[in-house]
Every structure is written in C-alpha cells, then in structure tokens.
Design a protein. Structure first.
Ligand SMILES: [Ca+2]
Length: 189
C-alpha cells in the first residue's frame, strides 16, 4: 500500500521515466548506424510515430532504420472523402521536444505513383495544410524514397515555428503515400 507521500512522488517520477524512455527512444532512432551519413540533424524515424487507421508500419531493407509508414492501398473511390479534409482516424502522430524557434522540415517520402503523392500535415494548433510532394516527370522515381521538404503550395520549404513540446500529425490524403523519416533543420536568426 502506498502512503500519500509516495503516491505524490510516484506521479512525477513516472512522468520523468516516461520522458526519459521517450528521449532514449528518440536518440536511439536517430543514432542507428544504418542511417545515411547525410542525416546529421534532428531526425525522427516515421516508424516511431503513432499510426492509426489507414497508416501502417512496413518493414523494408530500403528504409532508414529498416521500416517506414504508409497509408493502405485503398481503392481511390473508397477514400474520396479524404481529398476534402483530414480524417482524424487515419493519422500518424509524432510528439517531440525541440529548442523553440523556426525550422524547416525535411522529409523522405514515397508514393504509389505520381498521382498519389500527398498528405495533410498539422503542427500543434496551427491549421492543417496539404503537403504535396515535390516531383516532376524527370524525377519519377516513385515508389522509392525521395528527399523533399515539407511544403505548402509555393511556400517551399515551409517555415515552422516549433515550441518546446510539439505535436506533428500526418493525415492520409491519398492511398499508398509513405514516410520514412523527418529531419528538423533549425534556421539561423
Ligand atoms: Ca524509417
């Protein structure tokens, strides 16, 4: 049986250990020797996020960390409503800490084809936006992963204001769109 004092202590300690585990997990995800050498910043493996609904983790030797996350190969007609607005049930959520400031976010993404190549993205309480991958016919290497920047229309790369504790959510917009990892790139003042 716990005394009132130990109960009072248990909660902060459990929060501390939970935070420690998350931090260790984050560092471990970003320090794997199989990460490409160019991923030198603050990296987040997509497979460390929380996938719900249409998002699934996929094991792949071609992916950083050996896995990535993608939306299911639905019939386009079945997900037509996803082209109108995000569905909260089909989401991939990242929670992370950062030094507050302005950042761009690099992404390694893949698509089923050049016609299924976007997500909705939402950071903290900011409005969601459509992130349509940068691609051209000359760069039609899908479904392999390509290096890109999170962007909103001509706002490329989009500048994000991060706070200490952030929630970044990807929502399904098109079928088969994949995310391997993210890199936070701080902008110098
Ligand atoms: Ca990955």
């Amino acid at each position: 049986m716990q005394t009132q004092q130990t109960k009072a202590l248990a909660k902060p300690l459990s929060i501390f250990y939970f935070g420690l585990i998350l931090s260790l997990g984050f560092l471990a995800a970003c320090s794997k020797s199989d990460l490409p050498a160019y991923c030198t910043g603050l990296c987040i493996e997509a497979e460390t996020g929380l996938p719900l609904g249409a998002f699934i983790r996929v094991q792949s030797a071609e992916a950083s960390g050996g896995a990535f996350v993608r939306s299911l190969y639905h019939n386009e007609a079945d997900i037509h409503n996803h082209m109108q607005a995000p569905d909260q049930k089909d989401s991939l959520t990242f929670e992370f800490e950062a030094e507050p400031g302005k950042y761009t976010i690099k992404a390694w993404v893949s698509a089923k084809d050049l016609a299924s190549d976007s997500f909705y993205v939402k950071l903290n309480s900011q409005p969601y936006f459509v992130y349509s991958f940068n691609n051209t016919a000359a760069n039609s290497v899908f479904p392999e992963f390509v290096e890109d920047n999170l962007r909103e229309a001509s706002d490329d790369p989009k500048v994000f204001t991060l706070v200490k504790r952030n929630t970044l959510i990807f929502y399904m917009r098109e079928t088969g769109a994949g995310l391997d990892r993210l890199e936070l790139i701080p902008l110098n003042p």
